[in-house]
Design a protein around this ligand. Structure first.
Ligand SMILES: [Zn+2]
Length: 175
């Protein structure tokens, strides 16, 4: 796909804002610019991040802690579903048993942000966080659990405003 120009993007967003402003009651003249700015800020925030390099720099030897179970809970995230372009948000719990490395807690958040600041699905996000974590940290066990609420469940279809979805995926090293 050809990369759209800024002019293309503003024109596309203007089409949508004009469609939404069907009663002509709103001043949407500067809205396309603001929406585009938001898209750039959110979806491109980590586009220049070399995740492998950033995480590898923070790894410490697990020599003295191998076998200890480490869990980090309630790490909040926001993402957008690729089916409806609507937000889903929630928290990630990640547990691992180190074997080769332990990782700085802030870098766990970086892995989550790196994969969530894009269009995705909760299932895919769960898998990507697990894959990046296990590839870089090389634990003997890791489990990623995501609990999230989806605006596409709240605002459309059966409009379930309180329902949440939990996805869990784990990795166990085969010896
Ligand atoms: Zn959706």
């Amino acid at each position: 796909m050809k990369t759209p120009t800024k002019k293309n993007l503003l024109s596309a967003i203007t089409t949508i804002t004009n469609f939404l402003n069907h009663k002509n009651l709103c001043d949407v003249s500067n809205t396309p610019q603001r929406v585009l700015q938001f898209y750039e800020d959110f979806f491109y925030k980590y586009s220049n991040t070399n995740i492998n390099e950033a995480v590898e720099k923070s790894l410490l030897s697990a020599e003295n802690y191998a076998g200890q179970k480490i869990c980090v809970s309630n790490i909040n995230f926001v993402s957008f579903c690729e089916h409806h372009l609507l937000k889903f948000e929630g928290s990630v719990d990640i547990c691992y048993i180190p074997q080769k490395y332990i990782i700085g807690f802030d870098k766990i958040s970086l892995i989550i942000n790196y994969h969530s600041h894009t269009l995705t699905l909760q299932e895919k996000l769960t898998q990507q966080i697990l894959q990046t974590f296990t590839l870089l940290v090389k634990p003997s066990f890791c489990e990623v659990k995501i609990t999230a609420t989806h605006d596409c469940m709240r605002l459309r279809g059966q409009c379930k405003t309180t329902a949440s979805i939990t996805t869990t995926q784990s990795f166990v090293q085969n010896f």
